[in-house]
Design a protein around this ligand. Structure first.
Ligand code: AMP
Length: 579
């Protein structure tokens, strides 16, 4: 193989391959579409739209409609129920991925196949090659906070799990991790354990056992890394005791984890003392990661979009270690790779790999303000997007999704050769909207960050947050839920509430608030641990903890999350910002 050099990967060859794909992105896109349509032209779905063997982009967009997951759901359900005919793909689908379904609280079924595994491995290798050019690593290990989700068999006998779980259990995953010099510290039994808390504890323990070898600390999303070290703060003495005695805490009850860990643990009082003293020497856990893992080169995970609010905490734990933002993808396929890993996560963008899927982009005319337009503009191709403009992403992949709205809004930062570099803006449907107002996930994030500055003056932090457009009152109003790191007095929280109300700058919101067409914003303070309960609920439903994204806006049908929130409110405040 082109990129192989013994067992290691030839990063320069991978970069060269990526460069030549990006040089000719338009042609690669046409070929990618041709291949997808040739492989799947005889499926029920594509026959229905009358492509009649044509594989060019114009015929494709003329014949096949743009769809949402809801449109494809009946087809996917038939596949999951075991129908054997070629419904969406030429080759039978044997695996289903569960994508987060964060807002509505229900995971979505997405077809998964070997082609998606192939794309994932190419992305891992490309991303690693660019990273390694800036931050070379040796032959160490990666402390990866990764967890398998629940796995089950659908009515029709297909394996179903989250996309990351489907990747971890594929044999290509381990091979790639070895090739990119990132073998995981933890044994499979820990990754695939059926109790997320036990797996997290053992990941930490494995990391400590191999502390000198750990070169990378990572997870899919930044949230899981922060959660891991927050947990460390709670359990560190127990971890130290396990290392001292060479025996696993009784909190871990799974037999398979116990026996896998027994092979790694042996009494090591010296290591236990070192970790103990290092922890005692830290001030408020600042710089915990490099202190525990002296040879770590960086912390890696998705840090953009809904993960940005965790950056502050992650920086605190990472101290001087660089934070490298990971790539842009979804259960439906990979989109772009972070080829400038040196940029701070806030500036990260993703160069689209044009052979991963066929991409189209719906222009959002005045950027996000255009969400209200009634006639949607025609989508443009990958190489036709314009710098500075925002678009909604449409993907056609190798696993039966054709012109599928991914639901993400991106902005074109520039071009790498002829392929665009995209900045992730937000989920499109996560909007607070009551009247003529339109606030996105990003607007909410900014408002919360502004109000959080008031808390910071009192050395308090927002652990996590979400929101709700409450239409049960007349007029409707925004509700913002906060879990905070300690106790704040009423005066401060009232100030925060007013600040939040004033921090939504959208003209529709401000004008509606002035005439009371939208009621006073309400800030509800939650009990500590509420967001943990929300995550547990998603994990119960089949999500993987490392794929978890806190819903930033809770939809009206997301009953379980709404119930958890309302059961855990300790105080609430109404804004007086608009008199
Ligand atoms: P999932 O449905 O769990 O596969 O999650 C996929 C979604 O996660 C994408 O559609 C994005 O909304 C979000 N996502 C993935 N990668 C990134 C990234 N690099 N930055 C921000 N959001 C991302």
């Amino acid at each position: 193989m082109l990129e192989k050099m013994g067992d290691k990967l030839d990063a320069e060859a991978i970069i060269q391959e990526f460069e030549s794909l990006s040089m000719d992105a338009g042609r690669v896109q046409r070929e990618t579409l041709k291949k997808i349509l040739e492989d799947n032209g005889e499926t029920e779905y594509l026959l229905k739209w009358g492509l009649n063997g044509r594989t060019d982009p114009d015929s494709f967009s003329d014949c096949v409609p743009i769809v949402t997951h809801m449109d494809l759901e009946p087809y996917i359900q038939r596949i999951a129920d075991g129908e054997k005919s070629s419904i969406l793909t030429g080759k039978p689908i044997s695996t289903i991925s569960l994508s987060s379904g964060t807002t509505q609280g229900k995971p979505k079924y997405v077809p998964f196949n070997d082609e998606l595994i192939g794309c994932t491995m190419k992305m891992y290798k490309t991303s690693f090659s660019f990273r390694n050019r800036e931050y070379p690593i040796g032959n160490g290990k990666a402390l990866q906070f990764i967890y398998a989700s629940k796995q089950f068999i659908t009515k029709g006998g297909l394996n179903a799990a989250t996309a990351t779980t489907n990747v971890y259990r594929n044999e290509e995953f381990k091979k790639t991790m070895t090739a990119i010099q990132m073998p995981c510290c933890s044994p499979d039994e820990v990754i695939f354990g059926d109790n997320f808390h036990h797996s997290l504890y053992c990941h930490l323990l494995c990391g400590l056992i191999f502390r000198d070898e750990v070169e990378v600390v990572s997870s899919t999303f930044a949230h899981s890394i922060v959660l891991a070290f927050q947990t460390f703060e709670q359990v560190w003495k127990e971890l130290v005791a396990d290392i001292r005695d060479g025996s696993l805490s009784s909190r871990i009850t799974s037999k398979s984890i116990q026996s896998a860990m027994a092979k790694l643990l042996k009494p090591d009082p010296e290591l236990a003392d070192t970790i103990y003293n290092k922890c005692l020497g830290l001030s408020n856990w600042y710089g915990l990661i490099p202190e525990l893992f002296p040879n770590a080169k960086y912390v890696h995970g998705i840090m953009t979009g809904s993960m940005e609010p965790y950056l502050k905490k992650l920086r605190h734990y990472a101290g001087e270690l660089p934070l490298l933002s990971a790539d842009y993808g979804a259960s439906e396929g990979w989109i772009g790779v972070n080829i400038n890993p040196k940029l701070p996560p806030e500036l990260a963008s993703f160069a689209v790999r044009p052979d991963n899927a066929y991409f189209e982009f719906i222009p959002l005319e005045n950027n996000l303000n255009s969400l209200e337009v009634t006639v949607e503009p025609r989508p443009v191709g990958l190489t036709e997007v314009q710098v500075g403009k925002e678009y909604e992403v449409i993907i056609t992949n190798f696993a039966g999704l054709y012109r599928y709205r991914l639901g993400d809004v991106v902005k074109v930062r520039g071009f790498h050769k002829s392929t665009p570099e995209l900045q992730f803006i937000c989920r499109k449907n996560l909007l607070l909207n009551i009247n003529i107002d339109k606030n996105t996930e990003k607007d909410l994030q900014l408002a919360v960050a502004t109000a959080a500055n008031l808390l910071a003056e009192e050395k308090l932090e927002i652990v996590d947050f979400t929101s709700l457009a409450d239409l049960s009152t007349e007029p409707g109003h925004y509700v913002i839920f906060w879990e905070i790191s300690g106790n704040a007095d009423d005066e401060l929280l009232q100030k925060c509430c007013n600040c939040l109300d004033g921090a939504f700058l959208d003209a529709g919101y401000v004008s509606s608030r002035k005439v009371n067409a939208i009621g006073a914003l309400e800030l509800r303070i939650l009990m500590r641990g509420t967001f943990h309960k929300i995550m547990e609920n998603f994990v119960q439903l089949g999500a993987a903890a490392n794929q978890f994204k806190t819903p930033r806006c809770v939809g009206p049908t997301n009953n379980k999350v709404l119930e958890i929130l309302s059961d855990n409110v300790v105080k609430s405040y109404f804004s007086t910002a608009f008199g």
